[in-house]
Ligand binder design. Structure first.
Ligand code: UTP
Length: 463
């Protein structure tokens, strides 16, 4: 390996990174050199030169068609919903499915100073986001009499606290061999004007998690793929920690994935209006991909079909099923995943060693997105679900207009009220009932437990 010196860094315009080296102790020197050695300076130069690897959204949008999919209330011409559910259940029962939960984000919008998975969201129970997912996973394991390993991705921002939390809470009921926590990589932040990598302190590079798309390389380097391979896990159900409504290991979604021989299957919801702020799942020249709402020209977004419905109808909710072999092939593929740029205000140490805290964006952060895997798949499939049953992410702090903790709790209670009411119970107006997955995992379970006419007059936690 080339020794990292000021002269060597000069070729990349990054020699300032060693500005303070005369003040360093040996230990500090080793730490900084290790950090520098982990940076791909050629990549940073390419990204900084705005040699953007991003897809040109508006060009793609002009060619976009609806993706190959199965819609709610319609049967697919090749495989029925019944056969899909059976295939999914059989795969679960035979132990071919693992679960991935990504929890490496910094949760800046929520403004919670701990990893978001530790945020209390259960409307009555106060269960955390991690608990909500794991309670469901445990109920799925019980139903299918199988052990399902869980792969939890953290980042340097969330890793230590997440591990401590799982230790303290006895892994929330998972067995030691069912919980695999692994840490994603980071990318340096660069100054938006000069392209220079920022220092967050005299001995520290400013870095941030490399996006949920960092999953693929982190699973490879942490040995999670190998772990899964050895256990006969051929497919992963993927969810993000901030959405506690996710139907963990949904057999229907898994079944469609299997029957369509898809490498990546995505659950979507119907967009409520043309420019809704979601990624649009579309098909361009036979490849399924996502176009951000901001890249969708109004005229394209507003196209309607003869029946009056939106042509580009499918909104991404970040629930996927992956073929393990496909994910592993992406690690090796030279295409990899592109990096996206985000303008952010990043505190930094200037050349005089002074800490500057900008109030407006001064820096570019680089992230990979998991959904950029879609166009790399030779076969991808899309399954529509009802947003009220599967999607209520915690993104923003209470007081904001959408995706707040209050919205998520309301959505959870509305879903549980819906189950109880359909099953014949009565829930008085204003009364909250929260259902623990151990009591009932879904409507079918609720039906078995409820005597029609049962009245809920006070807040109740069914567990
Ligand atoms: P978001 O893009 O909503 O980011 O992540 P966030 O970090 O939770 O929140 P903000 O944008 O800072 O307010 C969606 C999901 O992807 C995970 C998050 O933990 C969340 O489950 N994620 C995001 C990662 O695991 N790693 C990342 O680098 C980014």
């Amino acid at each position: 390996m080339v020794p990292i010196t000021k002269d060597w860094l000069k070729q990349y315009g990054q020699e300032h990174l060693l500005n303070f080296e005369s003040h360093w102790t040996t230990e500090q020197r080793l730490k900084v050199l290790a950090q520098l050695a982990s940076i791909d300076f050629d990549l940073i130069r390419r990204l900084a030169a705005n040699n953007s690897e991003e897809l040109d959204g508006s060009r793609l949008a002009s060619m976009a068609d609806p993706p190959p999919s199965v819609r709610i209330g319609q049967e697919h011409r090749q495989f029925s919903s019944q056969s899909a559910k059976q295939a999914g259940e059989a795969a679960l029962r035979s132990g071919q499915i693992g679960m991935i939960l990504v929890a490496g984000g910094q949760g800046t919008r929520l403004g919670f100073d701990r990893p978001k998975g530790l945020f209390s969201i259960g409307p009555i129970s106060g269960r955390t986001l991690f608990q909500m997912h794991i309670d469901r996973l445990l109920a799925v394991m019980k139903r299918y009499e199988v052990s399902i390993p869980m792969y939890v991705m953290t980042s340097p921002a969330t890793d230590a606290e997440t591990r401590a939390y799982f230790d303290q809470e006895s892994r929330l009921g998972l067995k030691a061999d069912q919980l695999n926590i692994f840490c994603q990589g980071t990318m340096p932040a660069i100054d938006a004007t000069s392209g220079r990598i920022l220092l967050s302190g005299p001995t520290e590079i400013a870095v941030s998690p490399d996006g949920h798309g960092g999953l693929v390389s982190a699973m490879a380097s942490s040995g999670c793929f190998e772990h899964a391979r050895k256990r006969g896990i051929d497919h992963f159900f993927y969810a993000q920690v901030d959405n506690p409504l996710v139907e963990v290991c949904d057999p229907l979604l898994i079944g469609y994935h299997l029957l369509s021989h898809s490498q990546m299957t995505t659950q979507v919801v119907r967009k409520r209006f043309p420019k809704e702020k979601v990624g649009n799942v579309v098909s361009v020249e036979g490849k399924v991909q996502i176009i951000e709402y901001s890249d969708l020209p109004d005229t394209v977004a507003e196209q309607i079909l003869p029946d009056g419905s939106l042509k580009l109808w499918a909104g991404n909710i970040a629930v996927h099923v992956f073929d393990r072999g496909f994910l592993e092939s992406v690690v090796e593929s030279i295409d990899g995943l592109p990096f996206h740029r985000a303008s952010k205000a990043v505190p930094f140490v200037d050349d005089a060693g002074k800490l500057v805290k900008p109030v407006s964006p001064n820096a570019i952060k680089f992230e990979r997105f998991i959904f950029d895997l879609l166009p790399l798949a030779e076969r991808a499939f899309v399954v529509e679900a009802d947003a009220t049953k599967v999607f209520a992410p915690v993104k923003n702090a209470d007081g904001e207009s959408v995706d707040t903790p209050a919205d998520t709790r309301r959505a959870l209670l509305a879903l549980h009220r819906h189950w109880l009411t359909i099953a014949g119970a009565k829930v008085k107006d204003g009364v909250s009932v929260e259902v623990h997955p151990n009591w009932a995992l879904d409507l079918d379970d609720v039906r078995k437990k409820i005597t029609p006419g049962l009245l809920f007059e006070a807040d109740t936690y069914l567990r």
